[in-house]
Design a protein around this ligand. Sequence first.
Ligand code: DAK
Length: 260
Amino acid sequence: MAYKYLLLEKEDGIGILYINRPEAMNALNTDVLKELGQAAADVAADDEIKALIITGAGDKAFVAGADIKEMSALTATEGREFGITGGWAFRQIEKLEKAVIAAINGFALGGGCELAMACDIRLASDKAKFGQPEVGLGITPGFGGTQRLPRLVGEGRAMELILSANVINAEEAMRIGLVNHVYPVESLMDEAKKLAKKIISNAPLAVKFSKAAINKGIQTDIDTAMSIEADLFGICFATEDQKAGMGAFLAKEKAVFKGK
Ligand code: DAK
């Protein structure tokens, strides 16, 4: 579908979703958040898209946070609604049964950092900057920052970033595990596409089940998590892709996967 604040392109099985509001540093207002949730549904339903890259339009920002102009006038009830809309949109992205890579091309602050954390893998340009500046605005992070940041970088580092509202550069973000790789800004999208292509060359159901096992398992105790893994592992043996993958290995051929 057509969006006002997003652009969705398709290239060789990869969807590239641009948050397209560069005049406001791609800040997330209610409409952008609703469109993001819709885009996740559109990507889920589109068989031509096998992996998704999310990035920011323009050369300055990935997303510089939730829209401060819109938020400044919210009542408590409206603030709650705003939070629910954002939380819903980010969960739609996180729950996509396709790999989602954040290509962080510039500022990823507040809701922008939280959006990147709702993606599966984060790649940053050397120009990217990260932070959770909310406490400096009189609010707490509200799109999952207090939950996803400690899971990614550990409690102590998350405490420091959130309580200080410090902004860090891409190298520091990589050092603490917030992003996986840092690339020169000119090669960021090529690297993101290269990684997406590698992912979609693998068995689609195995990729989908692996993502589900990680996302479900991380939220629960180790015994339940191992049982989730065992169930998904078992289901693989009912797929044609498992036969194709192992058969091709034994025949010393390249596997052709059908996602069945
Ligand atoms: N919201 C609205 N507009 C923004 C914006 C934002 N977050 N960030 C930038 N802009 C706008 C600026 O107002 C300016 O607009 P005009 O004045 O031209 O109309 C334009 O984008 C260009 O920005 P600057 O002139 O400031 O550009 P600079 O290069 O000088 O600075 C900057 C770039 C990214 C360092 C700076 O713009 C900045 O500090 N932006 C704000 C960053 C920030 O604090 N972001 C965190 C927002 S808090 C909730 C759930 C979640 C959240 C809240 C509630 N609930 C559960 C209810 C999330 C909160 C956040 O994300």
